[in-house]
Ligand binder design. Structure first.
Ligand code: PEP
Ligand code: MN
Length: 342
């Protein structure tokens, strides 16, 4: 719409789109309001829209994904979480904690340690997608309760994974961010359930997924009505076995160009090797990541999952110190944890 187009003109456009048999999404922006048309699987005859009062231009989104594209929405999405924490603005937000929630003692210690070092969001899986059925599968609902306790004690927000549509309901009740793991990036019923959840979603790139597939998976979530999606680069399968995955830092600027959604980086799964996490975290922040997801365990050698890539508390403190310096060079700031609620 033209800058300053009145509400009546916007509503007229909405009405015409609906009359054409599609759905309309009104998106106020910094410069002007855009009205998105959804529900078409091909080119739309825009002649009825072009002449309406207040319409400045009709843009055909050329990509297979629509609502996640920069063509659809030019302004970067800033996701506002509880306690004033944001992802996607100027802040670099850090999600840190163990791979899995193992015990009350372990998750509370981890929460205090990551908060002390300056992370604002606590991670920890209650349900774990493991390659082997004999590996630790997570504490399930007990794990969720422990995460809720950790939030209460530290004020940290919570990010934890849901593995199936039913689990989305349980996780969304407790967590501030619902994580969808790499192995589930194309679990379409899970994506739709996450799209109906009332919580932001962290969507990790599948280990063999192209960036276009990642964006199409995010589109499923937006198409169900949930606009708050954070993408996560966590490495893809390469031919070289030196590292667990091939950490694709290029994905960060590529996604920023193609999409308005924030993208964070996970150098823990991205490398699989503890001593490679800090250099790759620095690189991801330098490349413009909107945040990091990092595994830290109070005692990594005793971890029930992903110990080899988990930082010890003092290493995590060093990582935070170093990324603060890098963020400053590129005009950003590492988000501070919210104060503990009284
Ligand atoms: C995790 O975050 O612990 C995890 C299982 O990650 P990914 O889905 O990226 O493998
Ligand atoms: Mn893990």
């Amino acid at each position: 719409m033209r800058h300053g187009a009145p509400e009546s003109e916007i509503q007229r456009v909405v009405a015409v789109i609906k009359d054409m048999g599609y759905d309309a999404r009104v998106m106020p922006g910094a410069q002007r309001t855009a009205v998105g048309l959804v529900g078409n699987d091909g080119r739309v005859d825009a002649s009825r829209l072009e002449g309406l009062p207040g319409v400045q231009e009709v843009i055909q989104v050329t990509k297979p994904y629509k609502q996640v594209s920069r063509e659809w929405k030019a302004d970067s999405t800033v996701i506002r979480l509880a306690s004033g924490v944001t992802i996607g603005g100027n802040d670099v937000s850090v999600i840190a904690g163990p791979c899995s929630v193992e015990s009350e003692r372990q998750i509370l210690d981890a929460a205090r340690q990551v908060r002390e070092a300056g992370a604002s969001i606590l991670r920890g899986g209650a349900w774990k997608p493991r390659s082997s059925p004999y590996s630790f599968q997570g504490l399930g609902k007990v794990g969720l309760k422990l995460l809720a306790k950790a939030r209460q004690e530290t004020g940290l927000l919570i990010c934890t994974e849901a593995m199936d549509p039913e689990g989305v309901g349980w996780v969304a009740e407790v967590a501030d961010i619902v994580q969808i793991g790499a192995r589930n990036m194309q679990n379409f019923s899970l994506l739709k359930a996450a799209g109906r959840a009332k919580k932001p979603v962290l969507l990790k790139r599948g280990m063999a997924a192209t960036i276009e597939e990642l964006l199409l998976s995010a589109e499923y979530i937006l198409a169900e009505g949930n606009p708050d999606v954070v993408l996560c680069e966590r490495g893809v399968r390469g031919f070289d076995t030196t590292t667990r995955n091939l950490f694709d830092i290029t994905a960060i600027p590529v996604v920023h160009k193609l999409s308005h959604l924030p993208i964070i980086a996970d150098p823990s799964h991205g490398t699989g090797l503890r001593e490679k996490v800090i250099p790759m975290a620095r690189a991801a922040v330098a490349a413009g990541a909107d945040g990091l997801m990092v595994e830290m365990h109070p005692n990594p050698d005793a971890a029930l999952s992903d110990g080899a890539q988990s930082l010890a508390p003092e290493q995590f403190t060093q990582l935070m110190r170093e990324i603060r310096a890098i963020a400053e060079v590129i005009g950003r700031r590492v988000a501070e944890p919210a104060p503990v609620e009284a």
